[in-house]
Design a protein around this ligand. Sequence first.
Ligand SMILES: *[C@@H]1O[C@H](CO)[C@@H](O)[C@H](O)[C@H]1NC(C)=O
Ligand SMILES: *[C@@H]1O[C@H](CO)[C@@H](O)[C@H](O)[C@H]1NC(C)=O
Ligand SMILES: *[C@@H]1O[C@H](CO)[C@@H](O)[C@H](O)[C@H]1NC(C)=O
Ligand SMILES: *[C@@H]1O[C@H](CO)[C@@H](O)[C@H](O)[C@H]1NC(C)=O
Ligand SMILES: *[C@@H]1O[C@H](CO)[C@@H](O)[C@H](O)[C@H]1NC(C)=O
Ligand SMILES: *[C@@H]1O[C@H](CO)[C@@H](O)[C@H](O)[C@H]1NC(C)=O
Ligand SMILES: *[C@@H]1O[C@H](CO)[C@@H](O)[C@H](O)[C@H]1NC(C)=O
Ligand SMILES: *[C@@H]1O[C@H](CO)[C@@H](O)[C@H](O)[C@H]1NC(C)=O
Ligand SMILES: *[C@@H]1O[C@H](CO)[C@@H](O)[C@H](O)[C@H]1NC(C)=O
Ligand SMILES: *[C@@H]1O[C@H](CO)[C@@H](O)[C@H](O)[C@H]1NC(C)=O
Ligand SMILES: *[C@@H]1O[C@H](CO)[C@@H](O)[C@H](O)[C@H]1NC(C)=O
Ligand SMILES: CC(=O)N[C@H]1CO[C@H](CO)[C@@H](O)[C@@H]1O
Length: 641
Amino acid sequence: MRSNWATLCAALAAGSLSGSTAAVTLEPIQDVAVRALPNAPDGYTPADAGCGNGRPAVRSAATLSQSEQLWLEGRRNKTTDAMKDFFRRNKIAGFDALSYIEDNANNATALPNVGVAVSGGGYRALMNGAGALKAFDNRTENSTSPGQLGGLLQSATYLSGLSGGGWLVGSLYLNNYTSVSGLQADEEGTVWEFAQSIFEGPTEKGLKIIDTASYYKDIFDAVEGKKKAGFDVTITDYWGRALSYQLINAPEGGPSYTWSSIALADNFKDGDMPLPILVADGRNPGELFVGGNATVFEFNPWEFGTFDPTVFGFMPIEFLGSKLEAGTLPRDEACVRGFDNAGYIMGTSSSLFNQFLLQVDNVNIPGFIKDAFKSILESIGNDNNDIAAYEPNPFFHYSNESSPFANERALNLVDGGEDLQNIPLHPLIQPERHVDVIFAVDSSADTDASWPNGTALVATYQRSLNSSGISNGTAFPAIPDQNTFVNLGLNKKPTFFGCDSANMTGPSPLIVYIPNAPYVFWSNVSTFDPVYNNSERNAIIQNGYNVATMGNGTVDANWSTCVGCAVLSRSFERTETEVPEACKQCFDTYCWDGRLDSKTPPPYEPGIQLEPLQLPSMASGVLPSALTLAAAVGMTTMLMG
Ligand SMILES: *[C@@H]1O[C@H](CO)[C@@H](O)[C@H](O)[C@H]1NC(C)=O
Ligand SMILES: *[C@@H]1O[C@H](CO)[C@@H](O)[C@H](O)[C@H]1NC(C)=O
Ligand SMILES: *[C@@H]1O[C@H](CO)[C@@H](O)[C@H](O)[C@H]1NC(C)=O
Ligand SMILES: *[C@@H]1O[C@H](CO)[C@@H](O)[C@H](O)[C@H]1NC(C)=O
Ligand SMILES: *[C@@H]1O[C@H](CO)[C@@H](O)[C@H](O)[C@H]1NC(C)=O
Ligand SMILES: *[C@@H]1O[C@H](CO)[C@@H](O)[C@H](O)[C@H]1NC(C)=O
Ligand SMILES: *[C@@H]1O[C@H](CO)[C@@H](O)[C@H](O)[C@H]1NC(C)=O
Ligand SMILES: *[C@@H]1O[C@H](CO)[C@@H](O)[C@H](O)[C@H]1NC(C)=O
Ligand SMILES: *[C@@H]1O[C@H](CO)[C@@H](O)[C@H](O)[C@H]1NC(C)=O
Ligand SMILES: *[C@@H]1O[C@H](CO)[C@@H](O)[C@H](O)[C@H]1NC(C)=O
Ligand SMILES: *[C@@H]1O[C@H](CO)[C@@H](O)[C@H](O)[C@H]1NC(C)=O
Ligand SMILES: CC(=O)N[C@H]1CO[C@H](CO)[C@@H](O)[C@@H]1O
């Protein structure tokens, strides 16, 4: 495998490697607006739009892209300032953390490199994750009060999202890096309005009232356009379009917004925000189940690709849709743009439709709905339409000897959580990124009552053990079994994994696991419930805020100190700084100590930890899941019929 790679790299170096990372240098965009841009050439339809200065090519994943490396220089400077702010407020008794940052400020590699990862889990994950990001964001009112964690987001280099967590990350970046508070406060009622389900469509877009029929027609027409231009479309195209109406604050759900346009925003270029990364899984040809050895792909603002040894390549994301072959674009092929539609990418990361197919037997719904649902989805499955089709496959004839996709015209991608790695840790544990600590917000529905039980961490740990194969040098801390999680309450309050960096198969970040738990509201709503009025939405966000801050320190007054210690832990090792006593206490309290208790636990029924919130009315609350699925059937029928 290695020699093949050497050959390949040599071939690339001799050929168009120059076009690889720098291929994203384009003709200047006329209006240098300071936000993600509706810059697709023809709305939702991908089109030939010229190559700019270089022809797109696939590059080896052996390093970070030049774009990322350059960007990091600016971003790490910004995070240094943000950490100074953070430690000015969050003091560690007996240790001057502010001076520590200042003393090392001219050497970014010595300083902490922070990542945040928000899991999948539908709207629950969007809302619970939003609570955590709101708590970490110093723009949130009162988030910089004592005991709170505002400024952690500003201190982060990376922010990854998957499925419902990807909707959250996308919402922030596609709306000019607004804040969670900003999205909640949207007065026009165009974004994050979950009272009106995605199956009905918005009542309003901008100032124009629309009805469900025209909503479906708009979606249908947009996807038809892509199809007529010769691109294979799947249910994910409809899904991504529908999502966009809820997540992107632009008329018609912003059909021209691209994921790559994030990289064009001035504030992004200046390093004013973390690097957003979405995740999806590759589904191997001929397989329905996506297992632990699935190839994990990432979408960042410059590139699409994977560090996994199967493909081990990245291509400039704005040229998705171009017919690359063996890593280059043949002379007679056009530079297509606009395929990287932002909603399509959020939809890809959340293309749960084949999960429906796999799970519908376990769902408690009336038989006739189940039958209708199954027959529709089976017909979709037969046509391989239950996935997101990336056709042309940018990795066609690339990595011939190791890639399951090398001979596939279409690269089929599915929901990033289908390999059970429901927290998007994969991009953040790549050795090249040198992340020190990951705040891993888990909104998974693992238990019967839709609470997390560590399954996502177990999956990433298991994968990391395959050192000769798919893990490709990604180390991960030891993680106990799920029974232990439940028996020891590791899923009820924040827990650190990997405190002892000597006890690992290679360099790995410290994981600060932040599981969804009831602090002030029952935030364990079903993954498949698509309807929430604004009071419920806000209550779940507020619960998530309390989860992340442990009730602003009311559950443990040391928590904000301990977060600071987690941030500094790996940096202490690099600078050979003695761990302060206060941090040792934190690690005693929050690090998993290696204990196991693997007996089968009783059903997990956590109690609410603080004074519960009272909502004005629960009446227009969550739809029963049968109705939800019926709505899904309605949508599917309409679209497929
Ligand atoms: C980052 O900070 C260092 C040290 O203060 C400075 O020399 C460098 O120019 C800065 N880089 C960028 C890209 O801002
Ligand atoms: C938030 O952090 C940024 C980056 O450090 C800083 O520039 C800004 O002033 C802070 N804002 C508030 C409200 O504290
Ligand atoms: C920067 O910090 C790292 C880690 O502490 C150290 O190995 C390296 O020598 C430092 N570089 C400089 C220029 O001080
Ligand atoms: C912020 O804190 C002040 C003073 O305690 C309080 O009056 C206000 O309601 C708080 N705002 C939010 C959004 O919690
Ligand atoms: C985007 O956000 C920045 C920073 O908050 C603001 O200065 C700018 O005006 C916003 N741009 C648009 C187009 O809303
Ligand atoms: C993944 O595992 C399955 C079964 O465990 C196997 O059939 C498949 O070939 C594997 N795929 C890859 C890419 O290793
Ligand atoms: C991969 O195989 C195809 C078909 O055999 C060939 O055309 C292509 O050049 C190969 N790719 C590389 C990078 O060698
Ligand atoms: C944990 O979650 C997994 C995945 O949903 C489930 O199969 C298992 O029974 C759960 N175990 C416990 C102890 O909750
Ligand atoms: C490890 O990965 C290789 C290649 O992907 C695969 O063939 C093998 O089955 C995996 N082993 C385990 C134990 O998962
Ligand atoms: C923590 O602070 C946030 C923001 O000020 C507030 O919304 C929340 O209710 C507070 N939590 C508790 C338990 O007081
Ligand atoms: C690390 O510690 C855990 C718990 O004590 C243990 O089970 C595991 O085998 C250790 N891992 C390594 C790589 O030493
Ligand atoms: C650390 C490690 O094992 N890296 C490997 C990842 O996969 C590529 C492609 O197979 C190899 O070239 C690397 O050596």
